[in-house]
Structures are given as structure tokens and as C-alpha cells.
Design a protein around this ligand. Structure first.
Ligand SMILES: *Cc1c(COP(=O)(O)O)cnc(C)c1O
Length: 383
């Protein structure tokens, strides 16, 4: 087939991630009629890498042709993506997302969701958040000229809410976890607000997908054996996997898919519980405790089936780490490598050490650890 000379995007349509039925890309979409996340589909066939990567765009937008935004004027960007892959040891790497706008990888997902929302004419957005997603959404809404409403657990370190307020967002602090925030949004009946909850609209996933493209490109298009990821709602894990699937179809990478490791804290571990039981769905985690890693405190993930499928299909694993080990892991990593991890990233490092001790990971494997955010918003938690 002949390729058109100028491709804006190969994005073609959406489908239900479970049942495959079709959803049009030119209207506002949320999730499927079967209550499952939607999956963005592209016209993928073998392409030379440089035909689809456009270095005239900054950061994650260099993969623009594999992203869902149709027109450049709708791209709402604050410089997200293009983060470093830091070599820690011979075959051990840290994909460090701390330098993103508002200090976390949530910027990738929200830049994409808000860009698409703008393209589809949306003017008000609401989000339940454990912290970082709220800050990111507030920033991109401001840049796009939209109103932002943020619902956040009241125990979240103060910096997270303050940041949203600086951007002009309306913030409501909720007595409970992120699930309770979502319930309160429903109860408040914000009908004219578009809900950008994790996987309840299709495009945050597409933003997080760019981490997978960057990981492959930074490793010279060789697939790492293992990717260790701190899992809350799971968008990053699903997105990285989706990117590797797409790159296989594009002929950019070959061989075994990466083994994905989902890391959670003992404070809240619905995915680990389901994985260990061999279940295809996760049960809602009852009474989640407060965690230093507030990004991982998600008692019920809307994408549970997708996450678990990826873990089973790719010979991955789900690991929980003791809450008490998170702070010491930050300390240890900082002293060893000169890098401050977020509590979520520190949970990943702890899980890596555990898997190394169990010989599930060996030193001859190429392993990528994800540090998903900056520690600086959490500092009030430490004495
Ligand atoms: C949100 C968040 C996570 C979890 O990401 P999901 O895509 O929801 O699994 C991990 N780390 C940090 C710092 C976060 O903000």
C-alpha cells in the first residue's frame, strides 16, 4: 500500500477493550456500553520508524502520528514527555518522570485528554484524584481556557490541593479515598462537566502510551525484559503495553513482549490480591489505609481486567511492598544513585530488590524501573 505523503495521525476509531464493538472518534466518548474502557485504534502496518516520528515536535508529541489529536491547533502542551532514561547499573535503568510539568507522568495523560477535549468542544472538566492527576488537569485546563473541578482526599499532602488552586481550579477535599471522590462527583451532579477519571475517557491512556515509545527508542528499539511500574488505576502499565503492541505491528521492535510488574503498597493492593488468586477481575479493596504513595491508593481500578490480562499474558507479576519500607527505600536510592524517588517510585525500587532476591529478576536482564513523579510535593510527610 502506498503511504500518503503527509500523515497527521493514523488514528482511525475506538473500540470496546473487551467486546471490540465500534465507537466513532469524531464525538465525545467516555467508556463502552458494556462499562469497559475504550481502546484507540490506528491504521497500523509496517512503516519505517522515521516516517512516523516527527522531531519537529517537542517531547511526547514527536509520536504525534500515533496519537489521537487531529489538528495541531488543538494540541495543549506544557512540555510533557521526553524524560530521561537514566542508567543505574549495567542493565538497570530508571525512566524518570519527575521532570514533567506539575511534577509527574500524569502530565502525559492529561495533556492528551485535555487536547482531545478541546478538539471536541468541551469547556469544563472534573476529576477525582489521589493528587497528581488533579494538578496536571488543572494546569492543562488553564492552558486550554477550560474550567477545572478537582475532588481530592483530604489526607493528601497540602501541596497537591494548593497547586490546583494556583491554577484557578475549584478544589473539593473529600473525607475518603479516590473512590469516594468519584462518588461525591456523582452526588454533586456536575452534569455539564466532562469526567476525565482514569480510563473513563479514552485519551489519558494514549498520553501515557508515549512512555512505552520513549522507553523503546531510548533503548535503541530493543525490548527490555522487565518493566516495573507503580500501579494505581493502571493507565501507565496498560499504556506502555499498548505501545509495545503497536510497535510490534509497525515492525519497530521484535521478540518477546516485556514482562510487566505491577507494584502496590500493603496499604491498598487490589491488583496484587486478584493476581495471586489468578482472578480475571479485582475485587474492591476494603478499608484502604493511608499510604505515603498516595498515587497507589486506588481501591477499585476501572481497568482491572486489562491490567490483569497484561500480567498473565506477558508472564508478568504483581508485587506488594510493606508501607514501612517506602521511606527507607527513598533513603537508600537517594544515597546510592543521587536521585530522589517519589514514594511510588520507591515502592518500585523495593519491589525490584525483592524480585532480585527471589531470582525472578536476574542481573543479566535489562530492567526498566519507573519513577512516576517528583518527591517534592510529599515533603510534609517526612520529618
Ligand atoms: C497516579 C500515580 C501513579 C499510578 O498511576 P496509574 O496510571 O493510575 O496506575 C503512580 N505514581 C504516581 C506518582 C502517580 O501520581
Amino acid at each position: 500500500m502506498q503511504h500518503p505523503t503527509i500523515i497527521r495521525t493514523l488514528f482511525s476509531h475506538l473500540r470496546c477493550s473487551k467486546y471490540g464493538d465500534f465507537y466513532a472518534k469524531d464525538k465525545v466518548q467516555t467508556y463502552s456500553n458494556a462499562d469497559k474502557p475504550l481502546w484507540a485504534c490506528y491504521e497500523l502496518e509496517e512503516y519505517p520508524i522515521m516516517d512516523l516520528i516527527d522531531s519537529s515536535y517537542e517531547g511526547m508529541w514527536r509520536y504525534r502520528k500515533l496519537l489521537p489529536v487531529e489538528w495541531d491547533e488543538n494540541i495543549v502542551s506544557l512540555g510533557e514527555g521526553g524524560t530521561p532514561m537514566i542508567s543505574l547499573e549495567d542493565k538497570l535503568f530508571l525512566k524518570d518522570e519527575a521532570s514533567n510539568p506539575t511534577g509527574s507522568f500524569k502530565a502525559r495523560g492529561l495533556a492528551m485528554a485535555i487536547s482531545k477535549a478541546k478538539e471536541l468542544g468541551i469547556t469544563k472538566c472534573v476529576i477525582p484524584t489521589a493528587g497528581n492527576a488533579g494538578g496536571a488537569m488543572s494546569a492543562y485546563c488553564t492552558k486550554a481556557g477550560m474550567e477545572a473541578y478537582v475532588y481530592m482526599p483530604k489526607e493528601t499532602p497540602k501541596t497537591f490541593a494548593k497547586e490546583c488552586k494556583f491554577f484557578g481550579a475549584k478544589v473539593k477535599l473529600i473525607d475518603g479515598n479516590i473512590g469516594d471522590c468519584a462518588a461525591q462527583i456523582k452526588a454533586d451532579g456536575l452534569e455539564d462537566c466532562f469526567d476525565v477519571s482514569t480510563l473513563k475517557e479514552p485519551y489519558r491512556l494514549e498520553g501515557k502510551k508515549t512512555m512505552g515509545y520513549e522507553i523503546a527508542e531510548q533503548l535503541n528499539w530493543e525490548i527490555p525484559e522487565v518493566i516495573v511500574y507503580p500501579t494505581g488505576g493502571g493507565t501507565g502499565l496498560i499504556g506502555i503495553w499498548k505501545a509495545f503492541e503497536e510497535m510490534m505491528q509497525l515492525g519497530w521492535v521484535a521478540g518477546e513482549m516485556p514482562r510487566m510488574v505491577a507494584v502496590q503498597s500493603e496499604a491498598c493492593y487490589p491488583i496484587v490480591e486478584a493476581f495471586e488468586a489468578g482472578a480475571s477481575q479485582a475485587r474492591k479493596f476494603q478499608n484502604p489505609a493511608i499510604s505515603l504513595a498516595n498515587g497507589l491508593r486506588v481501591p477499585s481500578a476501572f481497568g482491572d481486567e486489562l491490567i490483569l490480562n497484561i500480567l498473565y499474558q506477558g508472564n508478568g507479576k504483581a508485587v506488594k511492598v510493606p508501607e514501612a519500607d517506602i521511606e527507607s527505600s527513598i533513603h537508600q536510592f537517594a544515597q546510592k544513585y543521587g536521585i530522589l524517588l517519589s514514594p511510588e517510585g520507591a515502592a518500585v525500587y523495593k519491589a525490584y530488590q525483592k524480585l532480585l532476591a527471589d531470582h525472578w529478576i536476574t542481573k543479566d536482564m535489562r530492567v526498566v524501573l519507573l519513577n512516576t513523579g517528583t518527591i517534592y510535593k510529599y515533603m510534609e510527610n517526612f520529618v
